[in-house]
Design a protein around this ligand. Sequence first.
Ligand code: ZN
Ligand code: ZN
Ligand code: ZN
Length: 564
Amino acid sequence: MIKRIFSTLLILFSIMSCQSQKEVITAEKEFVESQKQTESYSNRPKLVVGIVVDQMRYDYLTRFYNKFGEGGFKRMVNEGFNCKNNHFNYIPTKTAAGHASLYTGTTPRYHGVIGNDWFDKTTNENVYCVRDNSYQSVGTLSDDGRMSPHRMSTTTFSDENRLFTQMKGKTIGISIKDRGAVLPAGHTANAAYWFRGKNEGAWISSTFYMNELPKWVSDFNASDAANSYLKTWNTLYPIETYIESGADLSDFEDGFNSKLTATFPYDLKTLSKKNGGLDIIKSTPFGNSLITDFAIAAIEGEQLGKDDITDVLAISYSSTDYVGHNFGVNAKETQDTYLRLDKDLERLFKRLDEKIGKGDYTVFLTADHGAPYVPALLDSHKIPGGLLDFNQVKTDLNELLSTKLSVADLVLKISNEQVFLNHEVIASNNLDVDIIEDIIIDKLLDHDMINKAFKGSVVNNFAFQNGVELLLKNGYNQKRSGDILIIMESSVFSDNMWNKKGTDHGSGYAYDTHVPLLFFGKGIKKGQTYKKTEITDIAPTISALLGISFPNGATGQPLEFVID
Ligand code: ZN
Ligand code: ZN
Ligand code: ZN
């Protein structure tokens, strides 16, 4: 009996000790894991540099690849991660919406930036995405500084980084365009700077951020850097080596006032007189060089990446977009702009290596949208495309509606390919909105350049899984978007005075949605993928890398395969 009790006790004891051993092992494992985590969280990059190349199509990376040097785009591809099938996941693919989506990790449906400008349903006025008259200009007597991100309703990853670091991690936004600087920098930025051309040639800001420019900015402006770019624009390499683009002289380019042909060389000093003074720099690759100069000055002036608390530098290269609109995606001028941007990137990365240290900073590079080939060029190759005159469409719709319903001007506005109805008149005449919308959609579909038309209410309420309908839904903001959403045929864009030649963008077609996405530096794996990634994945990926909260409206997913 005693023997039996003893042996039972022995068994019990050995089970217990085995269990406690297991517990020790598990606890040890957990400790090691948590150590690893602490290690990786204290191992955050000192600086995150977000680079947006305005209007960069995915195939610019591949088309010009052999002409790029080793230190710019190629360095990102070779040392980092290349997402080759990266797309915008909403319509409209416009600059402001693009910059907001990139940094907030969500689409206009949630962040509210539905275009560069839009028709405000509550005031019946056009509003500009970042215009904010409750603030004053800083660094210019003009109104160009009166901006803020107040129309963007969710946070950026840079905002979350500020909150996470008790406002110690800095955020600086830089772009030629106000919207390219203000939106990425978010609500809590230390500063956003953009360029005022004309006769000033200065980097400016808004009282939203500061009451006067810091010394390094006024010093930069006083150095007359902008004026130094009023030189002759010739190709970087002999023009006959530019076999990746079309003829310099073609029917598809707009060019500059007071120069008969859109051909090299461009004497910018002379041309500046009839092309907005120093504004002409924006439409040349030198605008990107000026951004690089200023970004390098910011790294020094703001001591970015100097300590272990992560800072964010948001750079948007705008000149690629101005050049694209002016000359089109197949122009020699466009190729030269990308070859020169490659040099600017190399210069920027070298400076980051020196100042922050190789491998101590993280960079991502992408675009805010792509662009189609110029419709006239496509037409010369028998590919469909064209220009649609929305003023005429509006007139035609109002004529038809007044014939059918005996009420004039029911269509108030067509803005960003959306029809806004006059709801006051509809109510006072006791008309049925549904019937009006049906009449409009039928008429729109008669147009040979219109592919689809949807009621906003349908787009808003339907659970689309894919296709253009999902893109529309992601871009549809219930409080701001129009009553009817129009999808044009491919390679058709709105016929504005300024884009008879050159290109435009805004659609959900691949030429507008497919853009590069490159990561490199601290915490980034080497590799590439054809797996589909979306523009809204970038902010969650950077948030995951930093171990911070995702932006508050984020709908994208962190790209696990990118993070080391
Ligand atoms: Zn853009
Ligand atoms: Zn040309
Ligand atoms: Zn553009």
